[in-house]
Design a protein around this ligand. Sequence first.
Ligand SMILES: *Cc1c(COP(=O)(O)O)cnc(C)c1O
Length: 404
Amino acid sequence: MTREDARALDAADPIAPFRDRFALPDGVIYLDGNSLGALPRSVPVALADAAQRQWGTRLIRSWNEGWIDVPQRLGAKIAPLIGAAADEVIVGDTTSTHLFKAIVAALRHHSGRRTVVSEAGNFPTDLHIAEGAVACVPGARLKVVERAALADALDDDTALLLLTHVHYKTSERFDLAGWTARAHAAGALMLWDFSHSVGAVRLDVTAAEADMAVGCTYKFLNGGPGAPAFLYVARRHQAALANPISGWMGHAEPFAFQDGYRPADGMKRWLVGTPSILAMASLEVALDLWTGIDEDALATKSAALFAILAQAGAAAGLSCVSPADPAARGSHISFRAPYAYALTQALIARGVIGDFRDPDILRLGLTPLYLSHEDVWQAGEHLRAIVATEEWRDPAFSTRNAVT
Ligand SMILES: *Cc1c(COP(=O)(O)O)cnc(C)c1O
């Protein structure tokens, strides 16, 4: 691959025009959009309107002028990205909070079954929340096993299988329909975490018959730091599953101000408190970027970007831990090296922003909306140069920051 080859791919790239919709700083090749998506140019405009006009001028009247329905409205915008119907998704809270609600709901629904099964090495919050959630349900327990032992761990005590669809470190992807079917065959419900999948790979919860799913909006969806998360509950379960955090916004009639809790119908019951309007204002316009995106072109470009870095990593002698088959991975590439932390810092010093995942992973996010093939080729050249010259050995690159 030469710079000219990369430019030729860019010239033929149907997604290339999307780059102009993002405000990216000069001199930076941003390979961390899987951790914090880049800033869409429409966001500062929307935030200013939400603050100055909606809040400043319209004041409390704005609740009836579009604010109160924003969790459902944003849910409907995320729905097509995961293959759900508009009324099966709601936005609010964090992925962590949605995980808690969904796990407890599943355990209470399946009162005869007491075990939640998940994968060792799953994203930490998924396991931490599962630990806390089972502690809230009498008799419930959490079984965490290696990937190879997951199928055998499912039995007639399994209430729920909780899996993260694309692994945050390795980029390995579970077969959505296959694992959902395995959970169902064991009599369990299936809860997916799509934090590293949504906006990265094609998802179809309807075809897969998934029961519940959660996911982040500040990674590939570019909603902004700490943007509210989404929850999907299949329509067939909506009446039977109950939100254990029974807040007033999930009440059937919040403004009837009743003492007793009566859940709303549909997805509204999963709301807890007052929606975070300013954060949702950013997310709403970030989601509008996805209207009409060709998912096949996205997948093709993701695979091409991956191939460029895989080649550069191999030339540098780095060991790639991400699957070679595009259908078996997400949209990031990870390399394992004992000096991965210093390597990440040396890349950042050259303007190539990726991240490090403890203990030895260099992770590079591939976001087809705002990366060109030439950007990624250039990043690969920096990677090769840093390894070849051992530039990473500079002691300045070994000082650990709080956020890696
Ligand atoms: C990023 C991520 C989260 C983040 O959860 P928050 O509650 O938003 O902090 C959860 N799960 C997975 C798999 C993630 O990748």
